[in-house]
Design a protein around this ligand. Sequence first.
Ligand code: URP
Ligand code: ZN
Ligand code: ZN
Length: 482
Amino acid sequence: MAHDLAIRGGTLATATETFNADIGIRNGRIVTISEAITDAKDVIDATNHIVMPGGIEAHCHIAQESGMGVMTSDDYETGSISAAFGGNSCFVPFAAQKVGESLAQTMQTYDERAVPKSVLDWSYHLILTDPTPDVLAELPDVFAKGVTSFKVFMTYATRVSDGQFLDILSVAGRHGALTMVHAENHDMLDWMGRRLVEGGNVAPRHHASSRPSLAEEEAINRAISLARLAQAPLFIVHVSTAGGAKLVANARSEGGQVWAETCPQYLFLTRNELDKPGMEGAKFICSPPLRDTPTQKILWQHLQAGSLSLVSSDHAPYRYDDTGKFNGGYDVDFRKIANGMPGIEMRLPLLFSEGVNKGRISLNKFVALSSTNAARIYGMLPRKGSLSIGADADIAIWDPNEKRIAGEMHDAMDYNPFAGTEVTGWPVTVLGRGQRIVDNGKLIAKPGAGQFIKRAPIDLTEHPGQSVPELNPDQNFGVNLA
Ligand code: URP
Ligand code: ZN
Ligand code: ZN
């Protein structure tokens, strides 16, 4: 039977190998990988281009109210379009529970936001802000619908207590679900913030000092301990410190069920950006805050060594106006400026340019960090994140030599924190289930073309977990706590 589409003459890159072959697609799936496919109804010439699994953006805030109640500028249409122009074929934004709301209500709200608008296939990570017993009892239903990851905050107004965190970990762990955490010690941040503001230090640049590395390191250590006690897998989002990354590496080297990511802003920007004139530094307020050049070097080492598994954007788009950054007013201290910056379209080009082209990571590691590891951790492999027979034809075709100075993106933002950076290597064509989403700078897919992806439980093979003696009946006077 003829192929619907063939991608011919490209260099294929997976998370493990690079080789020359054609890809044949039928009914939205990869059905042939061979030397020459000559029977396709439609052909993409990928000569001198790299053909790889489309990126999976696994940390982004789309059509979501922040902890401060500010709505992101991007909805599922602009957010998914911008992601596609940045080489992604699938994304996993957050669905944030409002206090008092059931998880069924939360899911319905986000379905209404996503279904008519997304050009990408998507899933959600569910943010839990109000883990009452009734809400915890709903978790298995959510899990059965294929939403197999939950996120909690250790800071912001929407934070959970350690006890609530343990309850969530325990229920999620029993059902094979993954708990994600924003790890910063809330009281340390609050205390530092108050001291700075009381001393008149209110400008955006003080945001960085108000959220010390120690606060992240303490919270990561605590989160890993809580997950170990609950015997549950844990994912630490946006690791920004050397100490935090080391804690993750140590736990993983002892079999810990711990995964983590970092983000482009921690690899490519420093806290000096916060010191721009006037309120301009507000554009660079995100949490955890930007750090320094020595930290960037160490984060790269952890990506190279495999202790950090993903580079995600943490796209949190709040415009530089009163709908976003200055929702609480223009003349406010740094604590009242919306946290977050955009980056969904820049994530992969920056990682390719600075990572692959500058020799910090291999092309295969790029595929792992941008796509395959996310598919594995979040239960979508081999359907997503893979160039294998039977996989969805979610494919990004890159020109590794195209040079551009980063400027305006396709999101709904009014600034790009990476603007002015010279970037070499850009996606040319992105396919979702064998259909062109973007092609040579043009949007092809229509809003609503994306589908919800049901995800599987996390695969814990090779992650046996770390024992806790007191959970062993032989060591706790015979009590079985299972
Ligand atoms: O500053 C950030 N990262 N804002 C988005 C929410 C979060 O903490 O991820
Ligand atoms: Zn966060
Ligand atoms: Zn985030």
